[in-house]
Design a protein. Structure first.
Length: 238
């Protein structure tokens, strides 16, 4: 029995000696200064790496698995889910995301959308311009992230609002420029101008005869719109 005990102690000492030899030293595991600097700066370069072609899809997924602890998703309303990302370390990011639904009635802002389509259609705006303007205000179709002209048309016809074919094209009024004409000239989408009229950045009243926003047909009009577009001026009044 004493002999077995001595043999066991000898084996233990040999095992401890072997472990000590294999155990990495502090110097072997220390991170060089250059590597520390590179790692600390990677956060600033990550957006560039992420949007470029350096990282493959598989690598991006692997990186996210290293950064994310878990993701919690729950539906807050019929057409929207709340996604909560819990990062390693405890920080969280919460974002509300739209999801497809089966009908207009299931949209949270369905009544508001229908009312605005009726109002704008009655005033003579075509379906495409209405779709652009209301998309800018956050409205959408049931299966899309934007509001489709076909959805506008469905709502319009439901309320028996019919447009003549000529109304679907920009009007040409002597001495004046319509919003589509101005938008084409300054290379912006029409809803960009509608949005600034709605916010009061561009102050202009509808023409009582046509019901349209009419700008003076002069070079100065386009110069001012371009200055607003580039940020040289903050507002306009016509």
């Amino acid at each position: 029995m004493e002999q077995r005990w001595e043999n066991a102690l000898r084996d233990l000492k040999l095992a401890e000696a072997a472990y000590t030899k294999q155990k990495p030293s502090k110097n072997a595991t220390s991170i060089p200064t250059e590597l520390k600097t590179a790692l600390s700066a990677i956060g600033q370069k990550l957006p560039e790496l992420w949007s470029g072609e350096t990282l493959t899809r598989v690598q991006k997924k692997a990186l996210l698995r290293c950064l994310i602890d878990k993701v919690v998703i729950h539906r807050i309303v019929r057409d929207q889910v709340r996604t909560r990302i819990i990062w390693k370390g405890g920080d969280t990011t919460t974002v509300d995301l739209p999801i497809p639904v089966g009908s207009l009635a299931e949209l949270t802002k369905a009544d508001e959308l229908e009312a605005q389509v009726v109002t704008l259609s009655t005033e003579g705006f075509d379906d495409e311009l209405i779709a652009q303007q209301l998309t800018a205000q956050g409205h959408r179709s049931p299966l899309c992230k934007t509001l489709l002209p076909s959805t506008v048309k469905t709502i319009r016809l439901k309320h028996h609002i019919f447009h003549n074919h000529s109304q679907s094209h920009p009007r040409h009024i002597s001495g004046c420029l319509t919003i589509p004409q101005v938008a084409t000239a300054v290379e912006v989408p029409p809803h960009w101008i509608y949005d600034r009229i709605h916010k009061g950045t561009i102050q202009i009243k509808r023409d009582q005869t046509t019901g349209l926003y009419l700008f003076p047909d002069s070079p100065d009009t386009l110069v001012q719109i371009n200055q607003l577009k580039t940020g040289q001026i903050d507002n306009l009044c016509f």
